[in-house]
Design a protein around this ligand. Structure first.
Ligand code: ADP
Ligand code: MG
Length: 717
């Protein structure tokens, strides 16, 4: 077995350098492969373009004549750029993106065709995508429908059309449809609140900037590790003598081979209109981050998914493998996808940007405080929105921060909120400078640059946006973003109603606003935390505050099924009851499959790779001990090694057998929720660490020449 390891290492260490083409100025090729607004304006008749523009801006339906015109222009444009096929590009609930390519060429007529109806709607074979029981077997149909708000693009030789995916009976079967609805809901709720101050505000858009963390290792090393290939993470591997304790990787210089890869995938991404802007090393060895500039949330989500795909494909060219898993290597930093989120009005105001004008600051405070309140009210739902088997290793596991939701605001804003709450009894009379009296007249306008940054908070205010950091690196950001926008929209609606009621009673508008804000501050104090989120004290403190700390996915996602959660999804039309329940079925199924695969791979590797290697080495030691004995020499260390190897080998054999029996029992459970919980408690928690511990110990004993798996230090340094 070990020969495979050395062959992989040999390949990895002797890669020829790959040349990356210099593409010149970015402005000359940015979005070259996108059929965006500019292209449409150029290629469509002006009345058609106007209609499309309105449809994009206001989410209105496109009539068939307009669709035909767009299809025809898109076809000519795509063919002129070398495209031969088109596909409806969508985001099914298995977490990936899907596409089915059809050719433009129509053999019957002998020409390339692309009709409006084909652009607007398609029927992919829906039966192979997860649906959580929504479609009964006799009705396997589902269709994809064009989302004009996200531009078409050419990927390879295919024109990709971003679409939503729904069942024949109208239920959403993807991640995009609920996001689009949630974004609409927050638009309406936020606009209403803004109009308390400014009637010119008629639209509020949610923006998202995703920071994507990832690991990169050589393709041969990846291929030589069945655990990485099958489960996306290493199930065994002793941590190297040097991990990340030197902190020298972060912001260190990027190795030339990786730098080349980054440059290459960035060019591809930029051509697709993905505004990648920063690249740097991350905390762990071989860990990196890429971040595009923030965009409209729907587009940013599409771009994030596309970017991950581009990275994987370009890595192939460089004989590299990108690991998007949340925790590919134990004892090293995991990977997340920080979701930077803000709300921006049609008048260009970022509602999370503090300003020097007292009046605008009141609007800022409304949005800040309602968001804090929403996170407090729906912390469990927010936790559920980022739950996955992979992310469990980043949240709540042994080496990870707790899975407690909390909000970091920074000392300046904390003071402002505390002051506002404390001044609750201050009487404001006619003619008073209310802002001054309440202490909200002097919010420092530039909080942006304050160094007061807390990297341990799962949900932090960072100057002019909130940063939801607990999102997992493989996640479709649309899932947590749909929840976040929905809960804030609900809170804004409640805020507006409370203020309106007070105003109707004759209270001054500003005072009515402040009254509700004070109430919210008081009610959501428990969720605010400025300290070290990774500390022991926080665990205790959070418990005292009554905040939940839900460690495992099967428990976390129960939050979707509470009456409270269901009612807001249904009330705002984001998901109906069937859809909510179907989604949890899929989440349970995914979880079960993930743990099942990990458990099987673990058993296979342990019994068929590790144990035979260990026994062979142990036999060498026994021979050695016997030989020494014949010479009358007694080496107690060798005997000790033989003895402890025996223990580890026996532990592995016994625990793998027990784990397999446990799986057999659990596989008979019909109820997916119960089954997922059993996989969590009786397979993962009960066996994984135990088996791993014994294997990793053997790694330290067995002759390096014989060890079958590429070691951590070999993969990472
Ligand atoms: P960090 O210091 O956490 O690495 P950066 O300043 O690099 O953060 O920004 C991270 C992401 O936040 C980028 O994608 C950036 O475009 C995005 N971002 C900046 N401002 C906003 C905003 N107002 N709304 C949403 N995202 C934003
Ligand atoms: Mg960040």
């Amino acid at each position: 077995m070990a020969h495979l390891r050395f062959k992989a290492l040999d390949l990895a260490n002797n890669r020829p350098k790959i040349q990356v083409e210099e593409n010149g100025k970015i402005s000359e090729f940015f979005a070259a492969d996108v059929f965006g607004i500019d292209q449409m304006e150029k290629l469509l008749a002006s009345d058609v373009f106007k209609k499309v523009k309105i449809a994009i801006d206001d989410g209105q339906k496109i009539d068939s004549e307009t669709a035909n015109a767009v299809a025809s222009a898109a076809k000519l444009w795509a063919i002129s750029k070398g495209a031969t096929h088109y596909t409806h590009w969508f985001q099914p609930l298995n977490g990936a993106t899907a596409e089915k390519h059809d050719t433009f060429f129509d053999a019957q007529s002998g020409i390339e065709r692309f009709k409006g109806t084909t652009l607007v709607q398609q029927e992919p074979d829906a039966s192979s995508f997860p649906n959580g029981g929504i479609r009964s077997t006799f009705e396997a149909r589902g269709y994809t429908a064009w989302d004009p708000s996200s531009p078409m693009f050419i990927y390879g030789v295919t024109l990709c059309i971003p679409t939503v995916f729904v069942s024949y009976t109208g239920e959403a079967l993807d991640n995009k449809a609920p996001l689009l609805k949630a974004v609409e809901v927050i638009d309406i709720a936020a606009t209403k609140v803004c109009q308390l101050f400014d009637k010119k505000i008629t639209r509020v858009r949610a923006s998202l900037g995703c920071e994507q963390e990832y690991f990169v290792i050589d393709k041969a090393l990846y291929s030589s590790r069945p655990d990485l290939v099958m489960a996306g993470r290493t199930l065994f591997g002793h941590n190297p003598a040097r991990g990340q304790q030197l902190d020298d990787h972060y912001f260190g210089s990027i190795p030339p081979r990786i730098y080349n890869f980054m440059k290459d995938f960035e060019i591809e991404a930029l051509k697709l209109g993905i505004p990648v802007s920063t690249r740097h090393n991350e905390v762990a060895p071989s860990q990196y981050e890429v971040a595009p500039l923030f965009e409209d949330i729907n587009i940013a989500t599409d771009h994030n998914l596309l970017l991950m795909d581009v990275m994987s494909k370009v890595a192939e060219r460089h004989r590299l493998k990108v690991l998007f898993h949340e925790k590919p290597f134990a004892k090293l930093n995991g990977s997340g996808k920080h979701n930077n989120w803000s709300l921006i009005t049609n008048t260009g105001v970022n509602l999370f940007q503090p300003s020097s004008s007292a009046r605008e600051n009141l609007l800022f405070l409304i949005f800040l405080i309602t968001t804090v309140k929403a996170v407090h009210e729906y912390a469990d739902l927010l936790r559920a929105s980022i739950a996955s088997a992979g992310n469990d290793h980043r949240l709540g596991a042994n080496e990870a921060p707790p899975a407690i939701m909390s909000v970091f605001l920074g000392s300046q804003l904390t003071n402002v909120l505390d002051e506002l709450e404390k001044n609750g009894n201050v009487k404001v009379e006619k003619g008073d400078n209310m802002y001054m009296k309440l202490g909200i007249d002097k919010i420092p306008p530039i909080i942006l640059d304050n160094t007061d940054r807390n990297r341990t908070s799962p949900f932090a205010f960072t100057g002019n946006k909130f940063e939801f950091r607990a999102v997992g690196s493989t996640d479709n950001p649309g899932t947590p973003m749909a929840v976040l926008n929905l809960i804030v929209a609900e809170q804004l609606t409640q805020f507006y109603n409370a203020v309106e009621k007070d105003i109707n009673k004759g209270t001054d508008k500003r005072l009515a606003i402040v009254n509700v804000l004070r109430k919210y501050i008081k009610e959501s104090n428990a969720i605010r935390f400025e300290g070290d989120g990774y500390s022991e004290e926080w665990l205790k403190e959070a418990k005292k505050r009554g905040l939940s700390n839900i460690k495992d996915t099967p428990r976390a996602i129960d939050a979707y099924l509470t009456e409270k959660a269901k009612s807001i999804f249904i009330k705002h039309g984001v998901l109906n009851e069937t859809e909510i329940e179907a989604r949890n079925e899929i989440r349970w199924e995914n979880y079960i499959k993930k743990i099942q695969i990990e458990s099987r791979v673990m058993g296979d590797l342990a019994l068929n790779h590790i144990v035979p290697t260990a026994i062979a080495y142990q036999n060498k030691l026994i021979k050695n001990a016997n030989g020494l004995n014949g010479l009358g020499i007694k080496n107690t260390q060798v005997l000790k090694m033989i003895d402890s190897m025996s223990d580890y080998i026996e532990t592995i054999q016994r625990e793998v057998e027990n784990m397999t029996e446990e799986r057999k029992r659990i596989n008979k459970i019909v109820d997916n929720r119960k089954k997922a919980l059993a996989y969590c408690d009786d397979v993962k928690i009960k066996y994984f660490d135990k088996i791993r511990y014994a294997v990793d110990k053997l790694e330290l004993i067995v002759d390096n020449e014989d060890w079958p798996l590429v070691k951590y230090r070999e993969m990472l340094f």
